[in-house]
Design a protein around this ligand. Structure first.
Ligand SMILES: C[S@@+](CC[C@H](N)C(=O)[O-])C[C@H]1O[C@@H](n2cnc3c(N)ncnc32)[C@H](O)[C@@H]1O
Length: 359
């Protein structure tokens, strides 16, 4: 090619890339712009290192809870949420959980209905003080406060999520009902018997020992109060001697900061061990519920568009090094999650409703 033609082609390609990044990078998705993606409180130059440390820590997820490494889990979970919080908000929304698809209803409606169900199960009512253990950026908290008019106090290990949740609460005009605290749900800064109810949505799966987080929630509940949790578990269909299934489950664990998934049939016994009465248990993903993983599958095209935007932003030095790796990891995890859902070996919504016995 002639030098002039090469120059021309390069200029057109450069302009094309600039246009693509400008249009797509500034496109607002669920309240976040691609050019605004931050990696929580991690500074730009540390993103790649932090991602590598995270990835090597979660290589043998099932072994973490059995070794001294379990003490390090909350810090690595914090790193994980620094890396993914903005990407989740950008690509998914303010509620970091799944919900059964409902024919004829939007994802947004299905999400809200799944959250309101938790509030109804524990009988959340105006004036009550309700705990949200592992609150993310507060999507469920705002839906539950608006639905029940209860006061919701959320706790998350990640400081960046606290600032996001508080900003969203103010914007939604719900900061009078919603409060957010940064802390570890394995050792909460709350008085004994100080809550009228509690819930956790797809959060306690991050605890190395489920007993520890259940015991802590039990401690802060008033006698007679209800607690509901949506747990991530393997089902009775999971065969730990089938390498393909093991790859799916380990893929979910590695890509979601999980120190080993629990089995569905273990959950009630754990709740009873810490003193709860088990009121009800149900896998909310079972038929006739619509497939919770359908949204992940539908999002594949959006993923590719987002990935191109992130790659281009990285290339131009706008997004920090390592962001594309994080996005790639989340895409591969989405594949494992869909597979887990389709095969029925995994559910992210095993619901357990417990009561702290009345004194
Ligand atoms: C998948 S997100 C779910 C967030 C929220 N429940 C929702 O559905 O939008 C898991 C949440 O658990 C929190 N988490 C995990 N381990 C924690 C710990 N040890 N203490 C407090 N929060 C924790 C994370 O910070 C994150 O906010």
């Amino acid at each position: 090619m002639e030098p002039a033609a090469m120059l021309c082609t390069a200029a057109v390609a450069g302009l094309g890339l600039y246009w693509f990044v400008w249009v797509m990078g500034s496109a607002e998705q669920k309240g976040k712009r691609a050019v605004e993606l931050k990696m929580g409180s991690i500074s730009r130059d540390k993103v790649q290192d932090k991602y590598r440390q995270y990835w090597s820590f979660f290589q043998r997820p099932q072994e973490i809870s059995e070794t001294a490494d379990k003490e390090k889990v909350p810090a690595f979970v914090d790193t994980f949420y620094n890396l993914v919080t903005d990407i989740y908000e950008w690509g998914w929304g303010q509620s970091f959980h799944f919900s059964p698809a409902i024919p004829g209803r939007s994802h947004r409606d299905a999400t809200r209905i799944h959250e309101e169900r938790a509030a109804d199960l524990i009988g959340a009512a105006p004036g009550q003080r309700i705990l949200d253990a592992g609150c993310g950026v507060g999507g469920p908290m705002r839906a539950i406060a608006a639905h029940s008019r209860a006061n919701v106090v959320g706790i998350t290990i990640n400081e960046y999520q606290v600032s996001r949740a508080r900003a969203h609460n103010r914007k939604a005009g719900l900061d009078g009902l919603c409060e957010v605290v940064c802390g570890n749900f394995l050792d909460m800064p709350f008085e004994d018997a100080s809550f009228d109810g509690a819930y956790s949505i797809e959060a306690t799966c991050h605890a190395p020992k489920l007993e520890d987080v259940y015991a802590e929630i039990f401690r802060v509940l008033k006698p007679g109060a209800l607690y509901v949790s949506y747990e991530w578990v393997t089902t009775a269909l999971y065969r730990p001697d089938d390498p393909e299934q093991v790859e799916v489950i380990q893929g979910i664990e590695r890509g979601d900061a999980l120190p080993g998934l629990r089995r569905q049939d273990e959950i009630a016994a754990i709740a009873r061990r810490v003193g709860f009465e088990v009121v009800r248990e149900e896998d909310l993903a079972r038929a006739p519920a619509g497939p919770w993983w359908a949204r992940l599958k539908m999002g594949r095209l959006a993923y590719w568009r987002n990935h191109l935007v992130i790659k281009a932003l990285s290339l131009l030095g706008i997004a920090p090094k390592g962001v594309a790796d994080v996005h790639e990891m989340l895409y591969s995890t989405a594949g494992h999650l869909s597979r887990g859902g389709e095969t029925g070996i995994f559910t992210p919504m095993h619901m357990i409703l417990c009561r702290k016995p009345a004194a």
